[in-house]
Write a new protein. Sequence first.
Length: 164
Amino acid sequence: MKQIIGAILAGVFMAGCAQLSPLNQTDKPGAEQTRPNARPAGAAAKRPPASARTAEQFDTTSAAEKSAARTAAEVAQKSGQGKLLGRTIASLGDPTKPGIWIETPLVSEPAKGRAVYRGNGKAVQLDLIPIDGPATAGSRMSLAALRVIEAPLTELLDVDVYIE
């Protein structure tokens, strides 16, 4: 009897989760779906292999790309460039999505910017990708971005987001 009730509750829970899915929200008539700009020619991002299991295997961003993102952010930070959009709580985004980015409700259209991890003050230049939600909602950062700022991959991070 307990197994049957457990199975029913699991089914109800899963059905409820499907109703809350962001994909279902944008599938409704009249709902707009925001998509980031395409990458310029020659900047095709390499997707991780299907067999990827570790952070190193999922992170296909080159060392040169990470170094450039770190250096550009440090220069912008020292010179006071950019406008502070706000502080957000960020977590690891989709590790199969390549690049250096943050999905955040702090922007309404794709842009370039930087994120500063308040835990250690390290910054990264990245793509700002809009997501639905109030400005107080959380954000998701790419694996490569988290590795540039040397942030723990399994924690919620206090991050300041700037637009350039």
